[in-house]
Design a protein around this ligand. Structure first.
Ligand code: GDP
Ligand code: IMO
Ligand code: MG
Length: 423
């Protein structure tokens, strides 16, 4: 398999985890480059469901190496909890996981300040409250960032942590928590020893894998429209979710990325605040939410539902260089009589085909829709492209035409088996 980046093309939760797991069979390495425990990637195998926040979605395939890159922000106890829970389900994590020594850590105070910001109406973004944004902010400020290599030298970790903590004591008071530094260090000393066998310079691992002709799946987190540079700023996450994030988040050169598979949900969802031009009316949105079980895998929040937005998808394709599209959750539209695709926006009396930078403009965008009759039949048992109802194929082919990129995979249910490989 060619080295492939699986990227979210919308606002996250497109079903990236499912496709990474599906393709991991053919890969040797699965690597996460950015994001942190804000991600929730769901995989269903033989009816058993697994949700990963930090562990790469190749972890259920034995004999594959999983890498957490320097661009990921890590919540240490959260990661260990995921590893433990997986072990109890028969998938012990050992030398199949490597973690970058350069990855930054999410510390308790990152969660305190995010909690405070989110409780304040003026600064609220509807984040996942996992401390991801504040941890990236500390990384960029260069004053108080703490990395995995620091944790591996416990004296350094302790010193840096105490220095940083002094900046956050007022936040601690404001959230009304108490903090027992001694208990914290005792716990982290244990965590450090548990993680030590996994911590390496993962740039070397990936470079050696490439030299040995191994294939790598780069697992995207969040979605293109949540990218800190290209998304609906400031209603975005704090990392580059698009293709550039793979290079900076793993230390691989651009030539290492040979295919870019965009995961496109057959409609659109968004969790958290921010503009959403194709958002459905509340009643119909609720119907789709129920049909698609659209509740956040990380926070349990109901996801906002909308129609497919070609303006956003073309923009995401331009930035990422999509080479293939994987359509997800087609089955969720099985009982929808009329399906809409937004092909342009109308704003201030003019038609617009590009995704605007200015939030107030995006807020004003009215979608211009094409309408299609639904197929009104069950697609969940379809296992080949030809099995799909003709109207469903027409919808997919119109999507392909509008985005300008071939659809190579279609998902018709959450299970690994409910996947169609078209080409
Ligand atoms: P990710 O963050 O992109 O990995 O996506 P999530 O796991 O957050 O959300 C996708 C949700 O849809 C999960 O609950 C999946 O189990 C489920 N899912 C994935 N593909 C399909 C599909 O084709 N049909 C249906 N009905 N559910 C799916
Ligand atoms: P996966 O990888 C959907 C959203 C949050 C919020 C904004 C900022 O599962 O697709 P953050 O906690 O990152 O500072 O929140 O980004 N968000 C996601 N939405 N899927 C995700 O990840 C997300 N990760 C963050 O809801 O709007
Ligand atoms: Mg998710």
């Amino acid at each position: 398999m060619r080295n492939t980046f699986i990227v979210g093309s919308q606002w996250g939760d497109e079903s990236k985890g499912k496709f990474v797991d599906f393709l991991a069979e053919q890969a040797d390495v699965v690597a996460r480059a950015q994001g942190g425990p804000n991600a929730g990637h769901t995989i269903v195998v033989n009816g058993e469901s697994y949700v990963f926040h930090l562990l790469p979605s190749g972890i259920l395939h034995r004999g594959k190496l999983n890498v957490i890159g320097n661009g990921v922000v890590i919540d240490v106890p959260g990661l260990l909890k995921e590893m433990d829970s997986l072990a109890t389900r028969g998938f012990p994590v050992g030398d199949n996981l490597e973690i970058s020594d350069r990855a930054h850590l999410i510390m308790p105070y990152h969660k305190w300040i995010e909690h405070l910001a989110e409780e304040n109406d003026k600064s609220r973004l509807g984040t996942t409250r996992r401390g991801v944004g504040p941890a990236y902010a500390d990384k960029a400020r260069r004053v108080s960032g703490i990395r995995m290599c620091d944790l591996m030298e416990f004296d350094v970790f302790q010193k840096k942590f105490l220095q940083s903590l002094t900046q956050y004591t007022s936040a601690l008071g404001a959230v009304g928590e108490t903090f027992d530094a001694e208990a914290f260090f005792e716990a982290y000393r244990g965590y450090a020893e548990r993680l030590r066998p996994h911590v390496t310079d993962t740039t070397l691992t990936l470079s050696e894998a490439r030299k040995a002709g191994k294939s790598i799946l780069f697992e995207g987190a969040q979605g293109s429209l949540l990218d800190v540079d290209f998304g609906s700023y400031p209603y975005v996450t704090s990392s580059n979710t698009t293709v550039g994030g793979v290079c900076t988040g793993l230390g691989v050169p651009p030539q290492a990325i040979e295919e870019v598979v965009a995961v496109v949900k057959a409609y659109t969802t968004r969790v958290g605040d921010g503009p959403f031009p194709t958002e459905m009316d509340p009643d119909f949105g609720e119907t789709v939410r129920q049909a698609g079980n659209e509740y956040g895998a990380t926070t349990g929040r109901p996801r906002r539902c909308g129609w497919l937005d070609i303006v956003g998808l073309r923009y995401a394709s331009r930035i990422n260089g999509f080479t293939q599209v994987a359509v997800a959750k087609l089955d969720v539209l099985d009982n929808v009589e009329t399906i809409k695709i937004c092909v342009e926006y109308r704003v201030r009396g003019e038609l617009m085909t590009n995704f605007p930078a200015q939030l107030s403009l995006l807020d004003e965008c009215e979608p211009v829709y094409e309408e299609y009759s639904g197929w009104m039949s069950d697609t969940t048992t379809c296992r080949s492209y030809a099995d799909l109802p003709e109207t469903a194929r027409r919808y997919i082919e119109r999507m392909e035409e509008l985005i300008g990129v071939p659809v190579t995979m279609v998902s018709v249910g959450p299970d690994r088996a409910e996947t169609i490989h078209r080409r």
